[in-house]
Design a protein around this ligand. Sequence first.
Ligand code: GRF
Length: 195
Amino acid sequence: MKNIVILISGSGSNMAAIVRAAEQGRWGERLHAHVAAVVSNRADAQGLAFAKDHGIPTAVLDHKAFASREDFDAALMAQIDRFSPDLVVLAGFMRILTPAFVAHYAGRLLNIHPSLLPAFAGLNTHQRAIDAGCRFAGATVHQVTAELDHGQILAQAVVPVLPNDTAQALAARVLTQEHLIYPRAVADFFSRRFG
Ligand code: GRF
């Protein structure tokens, strides 16, 4: 069985979408893959309860307990590696990762970013898209490399930017698409690689 480890920091709705897709799409049988663990850097991440309810092991590693980013990432890698991951999925994990972490999971580390990359890497993507007068926005699933929000694009979804849109309204519209493309990209990762 191939192991997927999902990293979250907050609501974990993308994680929940992947867990549901794995259940409904019978990934265990069809792809020989399952969500082996959900790891959060915040004990209060709402997504942890969802994972537990679905019988998925969870772990919390508080980044504030570590003196440096390097120390935290080393401990995080040890925690993740307990589950022998074939794929590590960043799903709203709000930490910048060290080059050592990214190198350790090279080729098996995915992220979702709420913009049509390469436009609007970084934070505040929705307001920036509105301010730039974009007619369309969206989300991108990509491989993670040392450069923030770069790396091979695996999937994208497009939504319209509506007149008088707020960042919040646009974010909600984009998020509904994230929930469709992220599970699909994870499934594709396994059918391409191991199918
Ligand atoms: C998503 O918009 C994701 O693209 C961004 O943070 C948000 C996380 O949402 N990186 P959730 O925790 O998956 O609900």
